[in-house]
Design a protein around this ligand. Structure first.
Ligand SMILES: [Zn+2]
Ligand SMILES: [Zn+2]
Length: 608
């Protein structure tokens, strides 16, 4: 029996990819001089890189959208053909598509079109199964070099379920020496409803943009004199950052980690031993000393330094585990074009912990860290998933250490998660270069995913630095190193939290917690008494006693997103009470001052 294909059952990936072809076909009809780069799917949609004689304007996207709808209505089939390489080359020469031609030549010489594999040489294995054929797909006037799959014909796409969203510039194959193409992004979903939901979420994200809110709330600034990616935190911003760090530090202390402090510059030698020098030299800032020719670098991470704290004393099996934590500033020479607000910086810290332990202590140490994750997520009100990140078995040479170590440590992590009955997803190729890891993917209030904390198992670095302890049998052994962070970088998470909370930070992290508002002149004195009492109890207040209307003062407190307002008038003075109003709410509650204090005390600390 033939089963009718339900249009909604098709994988959204296939649809998004087909939308990219439809967009290309529409552009080809509208601008016949177009040359095509590549058009993959991305999260929530797709893009196509194109070369055009003119710079596209946003208004022209509507034109392209309209033509896409026409094409969808025409029920155009996606026609597949298999060509040998000579035929394919001839076709794209005839079509005058130089970028597609380059891709076919790559297939010919390297067996793949994947640029990174060609660059790092890992395509060598692919080349062995020589590809003599490629497939092309024709949709209307547009012919693409493509593996597929696609929908059968354009009627499988909902013309109301897509929208072209953005035009950006992108170098061909991501290389600055190559021509700059125009990248057109589209969002695409199964249904119009899903699309609308996504677009509304994007609007909300714009309203909550941490760069915009950071300015409105006076949290951080950038200065041209200081440089890109190097933020200055105001009193308020620095306060919130400190709260984030204090909270991570509190959890660390409970787990027996000791906070240490380490310098921001190191000799290159340290990173040569750790392997960072070979891999990340171009991402580190070079520092010059007037007194030696030795190379120094600003440190991009703490791990190699912490090995030296371990190595500073003779350790026996009884001393282990040694657990240390660090909030030092780190520096990475990020490309200026990739810097973004607080979420991509050149200077930042990490709530970084390293544990040096014996193999028989591994499970307990991991369990401690894994138990903390739900607490952290509850405190910040986020959902999460654990991702087990393994090395890419096809690209073993990108990782340090031999096969045996990797197999052992990957298996160990997997068993820990299974043993603890934690649900997880597996991602090959996401491991750190020195070992496998567990990553925490947290989703914020807008449903966006952020990779935050990570717990990494490392059998490599202790060996590279020759770390050892004396075992029970008196023989020297190498410790295992566990790298961990709860929130990753406090500065980055600060940016994420601004958007997650829409700037309305919970009471415990708010730099100003309570605004005290007097109704009239006669109530100023009482307002000050209330403020003094609250400050004395450890709360952070601001007195708004200018001769302005109560409405205006409430408006100010609301725009500054102060969690509570305490309003004082005649009645309150008589009763020794306050009228309490919560941020974002209209009603007030009359409370005796001591009852208000009790209420505030309940919110003074993080949840966990
Ligand atoms: Zn395709
Ligand atoms: Zn580390």
């Amino acid at each position: 029996m033939l089963k009718k294909i339900d249009k909604n059952d098709l994988s959204i990936e296939i649809k998004r990819h087909s939308f990219a072809h439809v967009m290309a076909a529409a552009i080809k009809e509208l601008f016949p001089k177009v040359r095509f780069g590549v058009g993959p799917t991305v999260e929530n949609g797709f893009y196509y890189d194109i070369e055009l004689p003119h710079q596209l304007k946003m208004e022209e996207l509507a034109l392209i959208e309209k033509r896409m709808k026409d094409i969808i209505a025409r029920k155009q089939p996606f026609v597949r053909r298999k060509l040998n390489l000579a035929e394919a080359k001839k076709l794209f020469v005839d079509l005058a598509e130089p970028y597609k031609l380059e891709l076919i030549r790559d297939v010919e010489s390297h067996g793949t079109t994947k640029y990174d594999e060609i660059q790092d040489g890992s395509s060598a294995g692919v080349k062995k199964h020589k590809m003599n054929f490629v497939t092309i797909y024709k949709t209307g006037e547009f012919i693409d070099l493509c593996r597929g799959p696609h929908v059968k014909n354009t009627s499988f796409l909902d013309p109301k379920a897509f929208k072209l969203t953005k035009i950006a510039g992108a170098y061909w194959r991501g290389e600055e020496k190559n021509p700059m193409l125009q990248r057109i992004y589209g969002a695409a979903f199964n249904t119009e409803e899903d699309l609308k939901k996504y677009l509304a979420q994007q609007e909300e994200a714009k309203r909550r943009d941490h760069r915009k809110l950071g300015k409105e709330l006076g949290l951080f600034v950038f200065s041209d004199l200081i440089g890109p990616g190097l933020p200055l935190y105001t009193f308020k911003g620095a306060f919130i950052l400190r709260k984030i760090k204090e909270y991570s530090n509190k959890l660390r202390k409970e787990m027996g980690y000791q906070e240490v402090q380490t310098p921001q510059i190191n000799k290159a030698e340290l990173f040569k031993i750790s392997g960072h020098y070979d891999k990340y030299k171009n991402d580190m800032f070079n520092v010059v000393s007037h007194y030696s020719n030795e190379e120094y670098f600003l440190k991009p991470m703490n791990c190699p330094q912490h090995t030296q704290i371990f190595a500073s004393e003779k350790r026996s099996y009884k001393d282990l585990p040694i657990r240390i934590a660090d909030f030092s500033m780190l520096y990475r020479d990020e490309k200026p074009g990739e810097l973004s607000g607080l979420t991509r910086l050149r200077s930042f810290s990490q709530d970084d912990g390293h544990c040096f332990c014996r193999e028989d202590q591994l499970e307990e140490e991991f369990n401690k860290l894994l138990d903390a994750i739900p607490r952290v997520m509850k405190t910040y009100g986020m959902d999460y998933t654990i991702r087990l990140s393994l090395r890419d078995p096809q690209k073993k040479k990108n990782y340090l250490g031999d096969d045996k170590i990797w197999e052992k440590s990957q298996k160990m992590l997997k068993n820990l998660l299974i043993h603890k009955k934690i649900k997880f997803i597996v991602a090959e190729g996401e491991a750190a270069f020195y070992g496998p890891k567990m990553d925490l993917l947290a989703s914020d209030s807008l449903g966006r995913r952020w990779q935050l904390s990570t717990i990494q198992l490392d059998l490599n670095m202790p060996q590279r630095f020759g770390l050892e302890f004396t075992g029970k049998d008196g023989k020297a052994q190498s410790p295992i190193m566990i790298h961990s962070a709860f929130m990753g970088s406090p500065e980055r998470i600060f940016g994420v939290l601004i958007e997650h909370y829409g700037g309305a930070f919970p009471f415990w992290m708010s730099p100003v917690q309570i605004a005290i508002i007097n109704v009239g002149k006669d109530h100023k004195k009482y307002a000050r008494e209330v403020a003094a009492e609250l400050e004395g109890q450890g709360f952070r207040t601001i007195i708004l006693d200018e001769d302005e209307s109560v409405g205006k003062k409430i408006h100010f407190a609301e725009t500054q997103k102060i969690p509570y307002m305490v309003i004082t008038g005649d009645k309150e003075i008589k009763q020794k009470s306050v009228a309490l109003r919560q941020r974002g709410k209209k009603e007030t509650e009359i409370l005796k001052l001591n009852k208000a204090v009790e209420k505030f005390k309940k919110e003074q600390n993080p949840l966990a």
